[in-house]
Design a protein around this ligand. Sequence first.
Ligand code: ADP
Length: 441
Amino acid sequence: MALRVEHDIFVVRQRGREVAAAVGLEHQDQIRLATALSEVARDLLHTVGGADVTFAVDLDEQGPQRVRVDLAPVRPLPDGRYEPHSGAVARLVDMLSVVDREGDTVVRMSRRVPANAQALTPERLVELRTQLGSSAPGSALDELASQNEQLIAALDEVRSQRDELAVLNEELQETNHGVMALYNQLSEELEETNRGVVALYAELDEKSVQLRSASESKSRFLANVSHELRAPVTAVIGLSRLLADSASDPLTAEQAQQVGLIRSSATDLLALVNELLDLAKAESGRLEPNWAEVDLRAVFGQLRGTLRALSNRTDVELVVEEPPPPGMVRSDEVLLAQVLRNLLHNGLKFTERGEVRLRAELRDEWWRLSVADTGAGIAPELHERIFEEFYQVPGSTRIGGTGLGLPYARRVVRLLGGTLEMTSEPGRGSTFTVTLPVGRG
Ligand code: ADP
């Protein structure tokens, strides 16, 4: 097609749309190509006085097929370059540029033919060429009318898209409201839960303060009462001893028996008071270990000597093994000896026959001091209970005691940085083990 006068612009545009439709471009793309073409045609008419327009199809086997329009200017382009008047033109097609066509400079644009369009074979192209050749180009008015129609359709589409957008916006807003409401509700619930947790913690704090102060007053009470009791009980023991003394006035046999009872009861009472005092001291934190390097061999030797007197029964043997060298531990000698004596004493008390054995073993910087007996043992469900204050296994009360020895021993061992554990098999015996760090715990 020759583009020489203003009117040709309409014809070129119309032909462009017809070609685009013939090769199978979608409606919108037909208008895009036609519009781009008429813009470029107008530019070239005004700058170089016209062009020869060729429509072609690239029948490239690979890749998509393209419809291509070449506009060969009638006079050379200024500086050999072409810049569309409107920047938007380039966006209407896939490619718009100045190319060299067999030595001539042409402005070329092209657009992809969609994959679903009818395949463009050479035969099909012959067919299309005939078809397009037979249709007469319309007048400028026809093209204007069709352009108007396209414009109205485009406007309609814009309006319907705007309506759709408005609906979408509304939906989005509604969703946003929903999300906000949910969020508010969640954060309110969270806040409420938080308030609850804070209140709970405050209550817990308060309770633990109350508990601590109750436990402190108990220890204080025990310490005071036992301290106050010690003096009169000691006096009772002293007086009863005096009464029974041979230097005093002679007593009748019955009186002597009664005075003996008073004395032994008072002695038991004093033991209880002393244990209570010890425990109260340990609990109130007033018991301060006197840290020193303690020689276990000396402690064991002393225990062997003092407890032998207690175990002068032939059917129970007290065995105190020699601790392995170097036998040193950083601890409080008096407290440690007190704990071991207590455990050995229990072993001897609750063993009818067999032996009670004290042994020391050194394992990885820890001393394990165990007191094992072949006594009646303790039922598994009572293993922790015997460490409670005043608890005595039913049936063992007749043997005597207060139920304060083990809880006190455990407290002292903890104070010394160690632990006191027990294992027992009813009918075969029990083992109490004190584990202490070699250095200070
Ligand atoms: P106590 O010996 O003064 O009764 P303890 O606190 O030392 O108090 O011991 C609590 C209870 O644990 C004892 O009354 C006894 O029932 C049980 N018990 C302690 N040592 C042994 C042991 N070696 N064998 C069996 N029972 C034991």
